[in-house]
Design a protein around this ligand. Structure first.
Ligand code: AVI
Length: 326
């Protein structure tokens, strides 16, 4: 089991710390930075702005699906159940579920954004006074260590996982399988996972979502270079790079890159990185699935696929997965 999870380590540079991963990624023949590093405080705010853009339909459509079907998704969730969320961000979507499952008494959001966790905890504590909120500041794609008091509180509780936003799409299929497997182990036999998955569709709609008219996604992508300048004393000239989002239909994914507008060199931690004109840094993949493709992927990670909820335009899907008892 552990080996299967380990094999799911991403091909992209992540896991050794920001500085080491950046130097590794920019030293590769095809330069690459991990999308994990989008989410510093500035990046979290920009992402929040993206989720409210007219062009970025996933948040809006998924929110509507949750509002219409949230009660069914959590049916049977008793007082003893605990809700885990993977990559919780602002926890706004969770609020929709919590409103519909008033008996749930424990919520454990997991996110790399400590500031977002703090804000969410304060808001949810005020809104749901009976709810114990136990935030875990961690990268959920790596094994998550549960704080001792939380582990004790979980004893005997049924575990439900919530993984919205199509964040699963930011993992390559083999990594996604490893992640789903790790979630199944964390949630335990009989556990349930509610996962949001963006659907394959007309490429123009996808491109607009990742290259929005207001340029917020471009700013989000470029913030990665700004973060390197801020935190690692990097020398990137941001005006020398442009945002690119393309849809690779064969691979079924949107690919984001930062493309050098000219020949230039950036110095980071005393090391020079040369860029030719048009050379790209690959920053993110966003895989899109057909409903049956995702169900097959989940089965491959040992889950029993259950109900699926979609919108009328079939833009987005929310899947129920159950972990077998044995
Ligand atoms: C977080 N994740 C699901 C977003 C997505 O759609 O893949 C990240 C994002 N990248 C650009 N826009 C949004």
């Amino acid at each position: 089991m552990t080996n299967e999870i380990d094999r799911a380590r991403p091909a992209e540079p992540r896991g050794r710390g920001f500085a080491a991963d950046v130097l590794d990624g920019l030293s590769r023949p095809e330069k690459r930075l991990s999308c994990l590093y989008f989410y510093d405080a500035v990046g979290c705010d920009l992402f929040d702005e993206i989720t409210r853009l007219p062009d970025y339909y996933p948040t809006r459509v998924e929110t509507d699906i949750l509002a219409s079907h949230g009660e069914e998704m959590l049916d049977g969730a008793s007082e003893e159940a605990a809700l885990f969320e993977f990559g919780s961000g602002s926890s706004r979507k969770t609020e929709i579920l919590l409103e519909r499952a008033p008996l749930l008494s424990l919520y454990a959001p997991i996110d790399v954004c400590a500031s977002a966790l703090d804000n969410a905890r304060a808001r949810l504590a005020a809104r749901f006074p009976h709810l114990r909120v136990s935030p875990i500041a961690a990268d959920f794609s790596r094994p998550v260590a549960l704080p001792r008091d939380l582990a004790e509180d979980l004893a005997g509780r049924r575990r439900i996982g919530f993984f919205p936003g199509s964040t699963i799409g930011n993992f390559a299929p083999e990594e996604a399988r490893g992640l789903l497997l790790a979630m199944r182990l964390l949630l335990g036999p009989g556990g349930r996972l509610i996962v949001g998955v963006d659907l394959k569709k007309e490429p123009s709609r996808l491109i607009a979502a990742y290259n929005d008219a207001r340029g917020v996604t471009a700013a989000f992508n470029l913030n990665l270079l700004a973060r390197i300048n801020r935190e690692l004393g990097g020398g990137f000239d941001l005006s020398g790079f442009g945002h690119q989002a393309i849809y690779d239909e064969r691979a079924g994914r949107v690919e984001m890159r930062l493309v050098s507008r000219r020949r230039q060199t950036a110095t980071i931690a005393g090391r020079d990185f040369a860029f030719s004109r048009g050379e790209a840094i690959h920053t993110e993949d966003c895989y899109k699935y057909a409903v049956d493709e995702f169900r097959a992927a989940a089965s491959g990670a040992g889950w029993l696929p259950g109900r699926v909820w979609t919108d009328a335009e079939a833009l987005f899907s929310v899947h129920e997965l159950t972990a077998p008892l044995q």
